[in-house]
Design a binder for this molecule. Structure first.
Ligand SMILES: Cc1ncc(COP(=O)(O)O)c(C=O)c1O
Length: 376
């Protein structure tokens, strides 16, 4: 490991490719797989993850924004890139055309603006809102929306799709309702003689819940990164988390009993305590609200984090863990020896979702991309 690095994110491409292979096997050869690589591949680095997932059997990539799509093209990523966010202006439409991206159109207005702006026929994806309440034309108006798109000479309707709001909840009524609405839309298109080449509905959770939700493509993010969307969905695939976060100890000292540690002195030592200061903080993606609740792994042992997490550093009690030295590595997310700490552990403590934890690491830390799984 580069001795100049104080803290870093390790991205395990072998884990990502193994996860893709598992998903591929689960969905079968007739179903296509979109690898969702938006938000810099959930904090892992969109370029490396895009290449790895396409190589491992993903059929296309999904990004949220035009900028994300353009960036991949500028880095010479080939293949289909679908924009999952909306396209509103003629200027955006021309960029979509220039970079050979495939947009999502969500409203009749977006259909008309896009169709009029582009100068050559392009594939487009039509989004129906079956209950997410976010993007897409309301399911009861879907027929006229899709009909409008089909009537535009410059538009090639490549797919009709919807997004699920509660697929990660066990026995969700809303999921059933959204599915029924989607089926209603598909039936009405069929009766009209409109046959989109692809229809899709499933995110990670839905991909695990029921193969009836797969249609001819699934749009998968979280599973690719080795995490489960819900506790009840944990053991369906053998996934491997693809992100580890590690940092170096930059100072070790013994503080006497009764010493306050970190801003606010919310922690005081009860006895003489060996304190290791580690060079990673909330500016790097460690949630400050986890102060005093985190564990780190050092030499395969668990160390409790003490005091408030600061912008660039945090402290661990390493008393009794051996003669811990400056320069040693602490694992904050990932495995060391017998122990592992996952983004899901943090998310559960914070009352949030693991997606938010992963995305928190996309700003400051350098990434070390590995082909093979490693444990420090
Ligand atoms: C439209 C759409 N499809 C699929 C996904 C992938 O979701 P997940 O990471 O739960 O698989 C997302 C991500 O939020 C999305 O916005």
């Amino acid at each position: 490991m580069d001795p100049t690095r104080r803290a870093w994110v390790e991205v395990d491409l072998a884990a990502i490719q193994g996860n893709v292979a598992q998903i591929r096997q689960h969905i079968g050869s007739k179903c296509r797989l979109m690898a969702v690589v938006k938000a810099d591949a959930y904090g892992h680095g969109a370029l490396a993850v895009s290449r790895a997932t396409l190589e491992a059997g993903a059929n296309c990539l999904g990004v949220a924004t035009l900028e994300e799509g353009i960036q991949l093209r500028q880095e010479s990523v080939q293949g289909t890139i679908i924009l999952l966010g909306a396209i509103n202006t003629p200027e955006e439409a021309l960029e979509v055309q220039r970079w050979q991206l495939e947009p999502t159109l969500c409203t009749p207005k977006q259909v008309l603006t896009f169709a009029e702006a582009i100068t050559q026929p392009l594939p487009v994806h039509l989004k129906i809102d079956t209950g997410m309440g976010r993007l897409g034309t309301h399911w009861q108006e879907a027929l006229s929306f899709v009909r409008l798109a089909y009537s535009q000479p410059t538009l090639q309707v490549a797919s009709v799709y919807s997004h699920l709001a509660t697929a990660d909840e066990p026995d969700s009524f809303v999921l059933q309702e959204q599915h029924q609405r989607f089926q209603f839309v598909l039936k009405s298109l069929q009766l009209e003689g409109l046959a989109p080449p692809s229809v899709h509905l499933a995110n990670s959770a839905a991909t695990l819940v029921d193969s009836a939700l797969h249609y001819d493509m699934v749009r998968v993010g979280l599973l690719i990164y080795g995490l489960s969307p819900g506790p009840h969905l944990e053991n369906i695939l053998h996934l491997q988390p693809s992100m580890q976060v590690r940092a170096r100890i930059v100072q070790v000292k013994t503080l006497p009993a009764g010493s306050g540690v970190s801003y606010g002195h919310h922690f005081h030592t009860q006895q003489p305590t060996r304190v290791a200061t580690v060079a990673i903080g909330y500016a790097d993606g460690i949630p400050r609200t986890l102060s005093g609740k985190l564990f780190g792994l050092v030499r395969g042992q668990r160390a409790a984090q003490i005091g408030n997490v600061t912008m660039d550093q945090l402290m661990f009690d390493v008393s009794g863990l051996g003669d811990i030295q400056e320069g040693e590595i602490v694992t904050l997310l990932g495995c060391d020896g017998e122990h592992c700490i996952s983004a899901q552990d943090w998310a559960a403590q914070l009352g949030t979702i693991s997606y938010e934890i992963l995305c928190g690491f996309k700003h400051r830390l350098p990434r070390v991309v590995r082909q093979f799984s490693t444990v420090s």
